[in-house]
Ligand binder design. Structure first.
Ligand SMILES: Nc1ncnc2c1ncn2[C@@H]1O[C@H](COP(=O)(O)OP(=O)(O)O)[C@@H](O)[C@H]1O
Ligand SMILES: [Mg+2]
Length: 269
């Protein structure tokens, strides 16, 4: 018996999406050994919004978002404290199944990381297969996920070819499709465009804009223009702390904190 409720694995009917959850991060601290690298962050990811996370290299952006789906604790010697509450479920509650957390809160990384030995189809089918989906369901799930990632038309006639034959931008959309195939409610993206050319990056940005209708999104980016284009709200981190969060246009035009202003105007970072 799979201990994940069947409902959370069903493909969502086209056009009928359950509302995405909000994520409330409270008192989050993250450590590598004794080194505290996330120092007590309170941050909300609003439902069906895109929240950009910006800040200089090494300030803890990746560490912070890895705590949201409990990946941080997989690193030897790493631990975290605090709460991450998805609607009303604390993802750090001992009763919560960590595998289910990672399905519900998907993640996309800087370098597209399709399973290199697998076909395009198998990359997307891998998650649903683990949930023992029937073969006919599997085909529908793969198609739906590829459509959701804006990739179906480009790959429909080559599903059995290796994923590694795709361009970088296509591979990144394949990774998004792989995450969509297990019906996530939140997607975390850690600099998803930094290995892509401008055209492929814009395609991902368009996709993010479509995806937020069904999922709640956090995106780490070092590209200010990208944050300005895709994010409803932007959060600025510095040295493991959250300095300021607000509507994106406000963060870029009239931030409250002088450190935010210095960063967004390129004085450091
Ligand atoms: N696996 C790790 N082991 C030890 N320290 C780490 C590890 N990953 C990151 N750090 C440290 O944590 C801090 C934050 O890193 P990171 O979250 O990657 O920052 P960002 O994503 O903002 O560039 C940095 O000082 C970095 O050196
Ligand atoms: Mg990082």
């Amino acid at each position: 018996m799979d201990d994940v409720p069947e409902a959370s694995l069903s493909p969502t009917l086209p056009g009928v999406h359950k509302p995405a959850p909000s994520v409330r991060i409270r008192g989050l601290r993250a450590y590598y050994g004794d080194a505290e690298r996330v120092k007590g962050i309170d941050l909300d990811l609003n439902a069906n919004e895109v929240t950009a996370i910006i800040g200089p290299s090494g300030c803890g952006k990746s560490t912070m978002i890895r705590c949201i789906n409990r990946m941080h604790e997989e690193i030897p010697g790493a631990r975290s404290e605090g709460r991450v509450v998805l609607d009303d479920v604390n993802l750090y509650d001992p009763s919560v199944d960590v595998i289910a957390v990672r399905r519900t809160v998907g993640m996309v990384f800087q370098r597209p990381n399709p399973f290199p030995t697998m076909s395009i189809f198998d990359n997307v089918a891998a998650g649903p297969r683990l949930a023992n989906r029937r073969r006919s369901d599997l085909q529908a799930a793969v198609r739906t996920a590829l459509e959701g990632a804006g990739l179906w038309q480009e790959v429909a006639d080559r599903l059995s070819e290796p994923a590694t034959g795709l361009s970088g931008g296509q591979q990144q959309r394949l990774c998004i499709a792989r995450s969509l195939a297990v019906d996530p409610e939140v997607i975390l993206m850690d600099e998803p465009c930094s290995a892509l050319d401008p055209t492929a990056s814009l395609r991902i940005e368009q996709l993010i804009d479509e995806l937020k209708r069904r999922v709640t999104i956090a995106i780490v980016t070092h590209n200010m223009q990208q944050a300005a284009r895709v994010a409803d709200r932007t959060a600025f981190m510095l040295d493991g702390e959250l300095i300021e969060v607000g509507p994106t246009h406000h963060m870029f035009t009239s931030p409250s904190d002088p450190r935010t202003e210095d960063y967004v105007t390129g004085k450091f970072g």
